[in-house]
Design a protein around this ligand. Structure first.
Ligand code: C2E
Ligand code: CA
Ligand code: CA
Length: 657
């Protein structure tokens, strides 16, 4: 599964959920403004009605007073005079006046337009508000709202205004009851529209910033989500990154059912570092993408692919069978071997795979360890292959660790040893040189074969101090040899990596005051396969110091004539496999050896044959024109003092080291 698949799967449905707060905000603001506005409108309508009513009352009262100066006479007479009745009828017809009351200075009711003149004490009740208005000589206004049978609300205004007599003196208080139902309804209608319009426009006004806010938040959310998603995936290959792969792997192992078998692949691109260094990082990136798509197209849906860093991948396959593991692994190997072309460069790289099929009892840690171990051995066995874990790998791993520890100790305590194997002249069998070979014993005193510890030294970088050690030991020994005896030292490809080999050798030659012409380096084809400029530059540099370069183990690898042409070797060392073969198919191997000798000579090289063990082999070689012999028949590798002894004795049958 990759980023795109994940993001489409996890598409968000909770837009509304996230927009809840801003939407609620807009709604609440609208409601609040609506309520506030309606209260304000109500207040304003009341105020307007009351002010108008007060105004009407003042005008009305002033007219009324002027006509009705003899207020006190009304009570005394107990009835209205004709003139007074006329004035009051006229007054009642005045616009919105619904009814009115007249009070004396004490606020005692004198007349009510509804009941007529107050004659009895119960009718002559005292109104404190009327009394107060008289005392203060300022009007008082009250609004009274009553629900009516129809939908319309009845709105009345009660106004008390001071009544001023003809001489301009206060004579009492007039209370007016004005019916404002109609004008209040008109106001309310007009203002009501306004009351809805405003919150409506406010809602729209709020809605814009709220919408913008929601959209902005949506963008931020999408970005955060994308980032979170990206942080789960390796950006280059689209596979899970180390962190999320570990988490996903944990999940799978935690939730296995009793019969579940879980497959784990550990994969490593062979020599990825060289690909990266030799071409470019851009090339390396594209190659990583190529490999990860090979993985993605080989697995089943639901299998997890993770890039654990650099060129390492892990695949976890829930519910897998052994047959599936093999077919998926084979498909990956096959696809990753396909030529990969990028910007005009084509390479055919490869991948190493280790795998383990874990039952439900196997802890995750052990399953991963097993697959990792299998990968390690796939690489150690020459790469470009798949290996399934088997228990012996643990033993091999243990042994490797032991050897590595032993080597570190030996480097620290200087317990590596260089031994010297003679190289002889075929004619007089005299020693013409020695090949320096490293020796190391395990803790029980048993020798650890160089073929076992040299690859570990190369892998761990110990080859650098070790290479220096063997050269120094060789030069120390060779200083006491006669001038015509040369020293041959093996160089491993890893020693060319740092690029400072020539300087180091030059410095040692100077320190030991040893002529480069007496030194020979043996290199193998493996060194030349990467076709690095760096390697050929260093080989040229070494030759410029007068050192000879020998092609070692010729005949075991590609035995490419191309390399022989390209690099100007001084010597060809024919591998001992040809002499081993000679023992059971004499004629054929004799011909092969003869051909190689002729080829070497034609190309201007000396030829040494390795692994001469028996007299029979020696006699056969006499027929060929080899330049030098090397093998147990002439001498086994021996310590420096014995080598010196062998030289002084001229003994060609020296005892074993
Ligand atoms: P090599 O360079 O081909 O060294 C020759 C190997 O063949 C030596 O094995 C030697 O003991 C063995 N040999 C020589 N004559 C005979 C013979 O007649 N019969 C048989 N059966 N074997 C013979 P050794 O010492 O075990 O070294 C193995 C390999 O380890 C060497 O192969 C070389 O590739 C590597 N090696 C040893 N010392 C060094 C070193 O100082 N540096 C590097 N880079 N590699 C080393
Ligand atoms: Ca050698
Ligand atoms: Ca050899």
């Amino acid at each position: 599964m990759n980023v795109d698949q994940y993001s489409s799967k996890a598409r968000d449905s909770s837009f509304l959920k996230r927009s809840k707060t801003p939407l609620a905000f807009v709604f609440c603001m609208t409601v609040l403004i609506g309520i506030g506005l309606h209260l304000a409108i109500d207040w304003a309508v009341n105020k307007t009605i009351m002010a108008k009513a007060e105004h009407v009352a003042m005008i009305w009262a002033s007219n009324f007073d002027a006509e009705l100066t003899d207020l006190e006479t009304i009570t005394q007479a107990g009835a209205l005079s004709e003139r007074q009745q006329q004035v009051i009828d006229a007054a009642l017809s005045f616009s919105e006046v619904y009814s009115f009351t007249v009070f004396d200075p004490q606020g005692v009711l004198i007349y009510s337009s509804d009941y007529g003149v107050a004659t009895t004490p119960s009718e002559q009740s005292q109104n404190l508000q009327a009394k107060g208005v008289f005392a203060s000589q300022s009007p008082a206004v009250d609004i009274i709202k009553r629900a009516s049978a129809s939908d319309v609300q009845n709105v009345f205004v009660q106004v008390f205004v001071p009544a001023i007599g003809a001489e301009g003196t206060p004579i009492g208080t007039v209370g007016l009851f004005l019916d404002k139902t109609q004008s209040a309804a008109v106001y309310a209608k007009v203002m009501g529209w306004f009351g809805w319009l405003l919150p409506g426009s406010c809602a729209i006004l709020y809605a814009f910033p709220a919408f913008a806010y929601v959209m902005k938040r949506e963008q931020v959310h999408a970005r955060t989500k994308k980032l979170a998603l990206l942080s789960r995936f390796d950006q280059l290959t689209g596979t899970l990154n180390r962190h999320s792969m570990n988490a996903a792997c944990h999940e799978i192992f935690e939730h296995r059912k009793p019969d579940d078998m879980t497959g784990v692949f550990f994969l490593d691109i062979d020599k990825f570092k060289t690909v990266n260094d030799e071409y470019s990082h851009e090339f390396g990136d594209a190659y990583l993408q190529f490999v990860s798509s090979a993985l993605a197209s080989s697995v089943r849906s639901g299998d997890l692919i993770g890039r654990m860093g650099g060129d390492e991948f892990v695949i976890v396959l829930p519910n897998a069978t052994l047959a599936e593991m093999h077919s998926i692994g084979d498909a990956i190997l096959q696809k990753s071997r396909a030529p990969f072309a990028f910007k005009g460069t084509t390479i055919q790289a490869s991948i190493s795979i280790g795998f383990y099929l874990a039952d439900a009892e196997t802890p995750k840690k052990d399953a991963l360890h097993a697959a990792d171990l299998a990968l390690y051995h796939a690489k150690a066995n020459g790469r470009n292959a798949m290996m399934e874990y088997f228990p012996e790998l643990d033993k091999a791993m243990l042994r490797r660790r032991e050897v590595e520890t032993r080597m570190r100790d030996a480097l620290r305590s200087n317990t590596f040893e260089a031994v010297f194997q003679p190289i002889n002249n075929p004619q007089d069998k005299s020693i013409v040189g020695f090949e320096a070979l490293l020796r190391l014993d395990d803790k029980d005193g048993e020798p650890i074969p160089p073929d076992e510890f040299i690859p570990i030294a190369e892998e761990t970088g110990m080859i650098h101090p070790l290479g220096r050690f063997v050269l120094e030991s060789g030069l120390t020994a060779a200083k006491s040899w006669p001038d015509h005896v040369f020293l041959s030292v093996n160089l491993s490809p890893a020693q060319f990596k740092h690029g400072n080999l020539v300087d180091q050798v030059a410095e040692l030659l100077e320190t030991f005051d040893f002529p480069g012409s007496r030194l020979e380096f043996e290199v193998t084809e493996g060194l030349l396969m990467a076709d690095e400029q760096r390697v050929s530059d260093q080989l040229i540099g070494l030759k410029q110091l007068g050192i000879s370069i020998a092609m070692d183990d010729f005949g075991t690898g590609y035995s490419s004539l191309g390399y022989l042409w390209k690099y100007d070797f001084d010597k060809l060392k024919i591998d001992r496999v040809f002499l081993e073969g000679f023992d059971f198919d004499r004629e054929r191997y004799q011909e092969i050896i003869e051909t190689i000798v002729v080829l070497g000579h034609k190309m201007g090289m000396q030829v040494t044959i390795e692994g001469v063990e028996t007299e029979r082999q020696h006699d056969m070689l006499d027929l060929l024109a080899c330049d030098q012999y090397q093998g147990f028949y002439f001498g086994r590798p021996m310590p420096a003092d014995q080598a010196l002894k062998a030289l002084s004795e001229g003994d060609d049958n020296v005892s074993a080291a």
